[in-house]
Design a protein. Structure first.
Length: 119
């Protein structure tokens, strides 16, 4: 069983920055894709950003130019740097990891960390 431990959430004013980190209980090299999703109250969970083992990145249109995602194999973490935060970024942010061992795909989720953007 894989555990994903998230950290870095909190309360920030609009225009501010936060950095989220996700540390898996197994080597990050096992996962083909890692990323972040978020769920705001009353809304469905949505993709924020992903990064593959080849460092290909994908971002939701709503965060392009403001958020960056990085993968540090030495520290065994994936980080989401969030800049120019807006109130609409308020949500619970979840770390996700995908491991594909053909034909099986395994998805893992963290417990979530709250991000609140408010003045």
């Amino acid at each position: 069983q894989v555990q994903l431990v998230e950290s870095g959430g909190g309360l920030v004013q609009p225009g501010g920055s936060l950095r989220l980190s996700c540390a898996p209980s197994r080597s990050i090299s096992l996962f083909d894709v890692m990323g972040w999703y978020r769920q705001a109250p009353g809304k469905q969970r949505e993709l924020v950003a992903t990064i593959t083992s080849d460092s290909e990145r994908n971002f939701a249109d709503s965060v392009k130019g403001r958020f960056t995602i990085s993968r540090d194999n030495a520290k065994n973490t994936v980080s989401l740097q969030m800049n120019s935060l807006k109130p609409e970024d308020t949500a619970i942010y979840y770390c996700n990891a995908i491991r594909t061992t053909w034909p099986r795909r395994s998805d893992y989720w963290g417990q979530g960390t709250q991000v609140t953007v408010s003045s």
